[in-house]
Write a protein that binds this ligand. Structure first.
Ligand code: FES
Length: 569
């Protein structure tokens, strides 16, 4: 470290008045003078009691600090905007880019040599990686881990059950009192959602990109080994400063390709697509929506985890965790470097599968062709995504009459009315749920089925929208339709009764209306006025990209280098 010029020395190594100011105010925290020549490790914490999935992060940060101190670093913890999926309105996705700006500017503005990102609930992972990638210092992610599986009256209970509970409540088969009791049995430990929803998908993405230590994806939040990993993360980040391993050294095009393969094999959330595209945009890697289909759609499913399968995140860890899956996929993966200096393949070489009900061998997968498929057609000229692993096979080739909801409020107002004309062949269409239309691209694309279909025992119909779907949900749902309806995409002019044709094997989604009629309707279409005149949402609406570009904001793509560290005193 002796010959390494630390970035933090531009503050703490100064002489005279400036050095006095930089050090003296820090010393009010009881910091000894000899700390100021050590590598400064920022611990970027998304702790918040409004983000229950990350509510244990103050304690976890102490483990990171211990590791940093053991390795001779100087840890400094700082808060950033936290995004709690279960509470924030209209949707955390509206704020993902804002949180990434907070992370980026806080890191860049301060005397940090490296950063540990503390990520958990869905958007806290992509926002932190996006922000850190735009600064490009040595960086490691430590995830918070998933909750233990809930238990209710002797049965397992997890996030994916929520959708079934909602259907039962719609049919009047379950009372409010029972739901309250279930809630207590559901949230019985610290951590994020306990299925392969978006938070776990992001933890898998992080490990498969090489941005965390091996096993990070699956250790439960309540398991003491999560604290051990946090401590090892603290030790490792100090070494990374000396080795000068930056985000851009790890996040190469090959690393993104690996993440797509691993996401497919683990049945990861469709939200993976927008987040990976956004992260790639920050590091300048040329990743395209078509890559997800080309690289991932033929990959088999190797995990038997909810929502696509039966088991839960803690079972994933007990079975051997992500290194087992990576080892099975070795022949499909690139030998990319990770933050510990070894390749992703070296890191998984000694893994063992302890439960073949949970993790499959490559030759005997739980399902063939599990990855995300991208469809194109006049209804989604810039693409739409569908996750066949969460869909009904018999609906993957389907044509039916559109039942259109103009926005989510229209859906809620009419979905359970007797007048709604719908049957099992219908295609439910939701407009104005995209990046601009909602705004923020909400997780409403998996509209719950109308009561009249549930009463007939119908469990799934084709659904099409420009919104997203919760990673814990399932259904034959085409999502992320681009261009979205609020931007004048053809989705905007679909009318009740129009025929929609979905053909997943041939990768098409079409509105069967002739071009002249489409043109006529588009000429009469008016963009919705959301009435947003000020603030962050105005900035967002003016700059947000469509889903096929990751819904990042144009001016945030790439990274800022060589910013002058001007003195302000
Ligand atoms: Fe935080 Fe599901 S609500 S991960």
């Amino acid at each position: 470290m002796a010959d390494k010029k630390l970035r933090s020395q531009a503050w703490f190594g100064k002489k005279g008045r400036d050095g006095f100011i930089y050090r003296a105010w820090m010393k009010n925290q009881g910091i000894p003078d000899d700390e100021f020549g050590k590598p400064v490790i920022g611990i970027c914490n998304t702790w918040s009691e409004l983000t229950p999935c990350n509510a244990h992060f103050r304690e976890l940060a102490e483990s990171v600090k211990k590791g940093v101190l053991q390795a001779g670093g100087f840890p400094l913890e700082f808060p950033v905007m936290s995004l709690g999926e279960s509470l924030m309105k209209p949707t955390t996705m509206l704020y993902r880019n804002l949180a990434s700006m907070d992370v980026e500017e806080t890191i860049r503005a301060n005397p940090l040599d490296a950063v540990v990102l503390m990520c958990g609930c869905d958007k806290t992972t992509p926002s932190l990686i996006m922000g850190a990638a735009s600064v490009d210092l040595p960086t490691i992610v430590i995830s918070g881990g998933a909750m233990l599986t809930g238990r209710y009256k002797g049965k397992k209970l997890a996030t994916s059950d929520l959708w079934r509970i909602v259907d039962k409540a719609t049919l009047g088969e379950i009372e409010d009192e029972e739901i309250r009791e279930m809630e207590s049995c559901f949230g019985r430990s610290r951590g994020h959602c306990m299925v392969m929803g978006t938070a776990s998908t992001m933890a898998v993405m992080t490990e498969s990109l090489g941005m965390s230590l091996p096993t990070n994806a699956a250790i439960p939040a309540a398991d003491s080994r999560r604290k051990v990993l946090a401590q090892m993360t603290g030790r490792r980040i100090v070494d990374m400063v000396a080795e000068d391993i930056k985000v851009s050294d790890v996040l190469t095009r090959e690393a993104f390709e690996n993440a797509i393969v691993v996401n497919a094999a683990t049945g990861g959330s469709s939200n993976f697509v927008v987040h990976l595209l956004a992260i790639a945009g920050r590091v300048g890697v040329d990743l395209d929506l078509k890559d997800f289909d080309k690289i991932g759609s033929k990959v088999p499913l190797l995990t038997n985890l909810q929502p696509a399968g039966e088991h839960y995140m803690e079972d994933f860890y007990y079975a051997g965790g992500l290194p087992v899956v990576i080892k099975e996929l070795t022949h499909l993966l690139k030998e990319t470097p990770t933050i510990n200096g070894k390749s992703i393949i070296e890191n998984s070489a000694n893994s063992e599968n302890y439960d073949k009900n949970v993790l499959a061998d490559f030759e005997k997968p739980f399902q063939e062709n599990a990855g995300i498929v991208v469809v194109y057609g006049n209804l989604c000229e810039r693409g739409g995504v569908i996750k066949p692993a969460a869909a009904s096979e018999e609906l993957l080739v389907h044509s039916g009459k559109a039942v259109v909801f103009e926005d989510i409020e229209d859906y809620h107002a009419r979905v359970n009315t007797p007048e709604l004309e719908i049957d099992e062949t219908s295609v439910m269409v939701l407009k104005n749920a995209g990046p601009k239309g909602y705004p923020g691209m909400a997780e409403v694309g998996n509209m719950a089925l109308p009561k009249k279909l549930l009463e007939k025992g119908i469990k799934d119909v084709v659904r099409v929208s420009d919104g997203r779907m919760s990673g814990t949900a399932y259904g034959t749902t085409v999502l992320h339709v681009a261009p979205e309806s609020a931007s004048g995409g053809i989705l905007a002019i679909v009318e009740n009764g129009d025929e929609i044709i979905l053909d997943v094997p041939n990768r098409t989604l079409r509105l069967n209306v002739d071009d002249a009629e489409i043109k006529r309707r588009l000429e009469n279409w008016e963009a919705p006025d959301l009435g947003v005149k000020r603030g962050y949402t105005k900035l967002y609406l003016e700059n947000v990209n469509q889903a096929d570009k990751g819904a990042d904001m144009d001016f945030l793509r790439g990274k800022t280098v060589n910013l002058k560290l001007r003195e302000s005193h």
